[in-house]
Design a protein. Structure first.
Lengths: 295, 185
């Protein structure tokens, strides 16, 4: 019986001496929370990132792309031939966003939907990666009959569709990677030999150098045949975040920042120096009245 | 062993739970409130957090706070992102904590009358530990112990770097208010 009390005393004594109040506050069951801020902007460089504008935030993004840098100072590294795409992208909820954009290259108007299907989660109900769906309809508004007089100028002939899954993971505070299975559909193709549907897989990532600066890259690999002029799209860039906006500077082998134009119409080459400088700048506006109490 | 295991198990359970409250009366909460307020001529920024954990040892007057940094909610979602990503770096420092005691606890007569107290302890924010001594209020209501405290902290003290471009938008001194309602554990 004595032995029993001795054992019991040894057993309970650590509990009696455990008096660090902070230890008591540590929750045994770790709460699960969504892993966010995998990327600074809604685009990695050209490719879509794992981010959408936050709820009730309207993001205005300007994507400037210059001409090829090959002529050097003569046209100031292509800056004399600036093209632009801009879009308004609105966060409806923390999962759904949509927007409209317009590219000066090929005069394409587009509207898009970007939704978070699955979100990377840490904690007790953890899930290792995020899945987003990006869907875009583009309308080519160039004066077609002058270029292809034989083609009927139907509205439907002007449409382009981009559907993309964005599967990615924030591996650490600094490193995020994603893959983007992509399907581009054109209602009108230049010749009968061209496919209406073109599939590809994109790879993109960012590495953060500091809280405000990261280096980013994206690359697209075609699935199936392409014509001999086709180049795999590659873009590398640097993100710089200031208070209200993200500034991205990049060098790419495609001039256009619109999905169809960079994935399927990259024309430049890193070896011959036909590359395009550009920058994205985004500014967020909060469309929430100041006195709203919902937060 | 002379004692049958059948008797030991309930006794152990009893002592196990008894031992938690042995020698101390603990009051605890997991849903206290904290908010902070930054005021500059350009803009006012406020964030609230309802996930404050607090425990008070009623016998000794020692207490502790724990605040999950990601629990701060801002009106502007972008500010919330910058707060977590750039300023508090909540991936690296997920919790802010305070550990300390109420001075002259033995002399304090805890009742439904609000009593002014002085709190002394160590506050850890953004991985930086600082000694602080602030005044607060304590009283009881409906069997709970209620506490309140407001104090100012200097952002620079906790190694929180604010870039020049937003320096005029974020105050150098931030006002923090905490209130908790503690239940007997």
């Amino acid at each position: 019986m004595k032995l029993f009390y001795v054992i019991l005393f040894i057993y309970i004594s650590p509990l009696l001496s455990q008096d660090d109040l902070l230890d008591m506050l540590d929750d045994d069951s770790e709460k699960s929370e969504f892993v966010d801020s995998a990327f600074k902007g809604t685009r990695v460089v050209n490719a879509q990132s794992l981010e959408i504008p936050k709820p009730k935030i309207l993001q205005f993004m300007i994507q400037h792309r210059f001409g090829s840098i090959e002529n050097g100072f003569y046209d100031l590294f292509g800056m004399d031939y600036a093209t632009i795409r801009f879009d308004f992208h609105y966060g409806l909820t923390d999962r759904i966003s949509f927007g409209v954009g317009r590219s000066s290259l090929d005069k394409i108007y587009d509207m898009f939907l970007k939704t978070k299907l699955i979100r990377q989660t840490s904690g007790s109900k953890s899930f290792p990666f995020s899945v987003l769906f990006y869907s875009d309809i583009g309308i080519d508004t160039k004066r077609k009959p002058e270029i292809y007089p034989s083609v009927k100028d139907n509205f439907s002939n002007r449409l382009l569709y981009v559907n993309q899954l964005i599967i990615g993971r924030k591996f650490s505070r600094n490193l995020s990677l994603e893959i983007l299975p992509t399907l581009v559909h054109r209602n009108l193709v230049p010749t009968n030999d061209d496919d209406h549907d073109q599939a590809s897989i994109g790879i993109a990532g960012r590495f953060k150098l500091s809280n405000r600066i990261s280096i980013n890259a994206d690359y697209f690999i075609p699935i199936g045949d392409r014509n001999e002029n086709y180049k795999n799209s590659l873009a590398v860039g640097v993100d710089y975040e200031t208070g209200g906006h993200v500034f991205q500077v990049m060098l790419a082998n495609a001039q256009g920042p619109y999905e169809y134009t960079f994935i399927e119409n990259a024309s430049g080459d890193f070896s011959s120096g036909t590359l395009y400088l550009g920058f994205n700048i985004s500014r967020s506006f909060t469309l929430k009245s100041e006195d709203e109490k919902s937060w | 062993m002379p004692v049958k295991s059948k008797n030991i198990i309930p006794l152990c359970f009893y002592l196990f739970f008894y031992s938690f409250s042995f020698g101390k009366e603990l009051f605890i909460t997991r849903d206290g409130n904290i908010d902070f307020f930054s005021s500059t001529p350009i803009e006012d920024i406020k964030a609230i957090n309802g996930q404050v954990s607090c425990v008070l040892n009623k016998t000794t007057g020692e207490f502790a706070f724990q605040v999950p940094v990601k629990g701060f909610v801002f009106k502007n979602a972008l500010m919330q992102e910058h707060f977590n990503e750039n300023y508090l770096e909540s991936d690296l420092y997920p919790k802010s904590v305070f550990k300390g005691k109420i001075i002259d606890w033995k002399k304090i007569d805890l009742s439904d009358k609000v009593v002014d107290v002085v709190i002394d302890g160590e506050l850890t924010i953004h991985g930086v530990k600082k000694k602080i001594k602030e005044s607060g209020k304590i009283w009881t209501a409906e069997g709970k112990i209620k506490g309140e405290c407001s104090f100012d902290i200097a952002v620079a003290d906790y190694d929180i770097k604010i870039p020049r471009i937003v320096r005029d938008n974020i105050a150098k001194i931030i006002k923090i208010s905490v209130d908790v309602s503690l239940k007997r554990k």
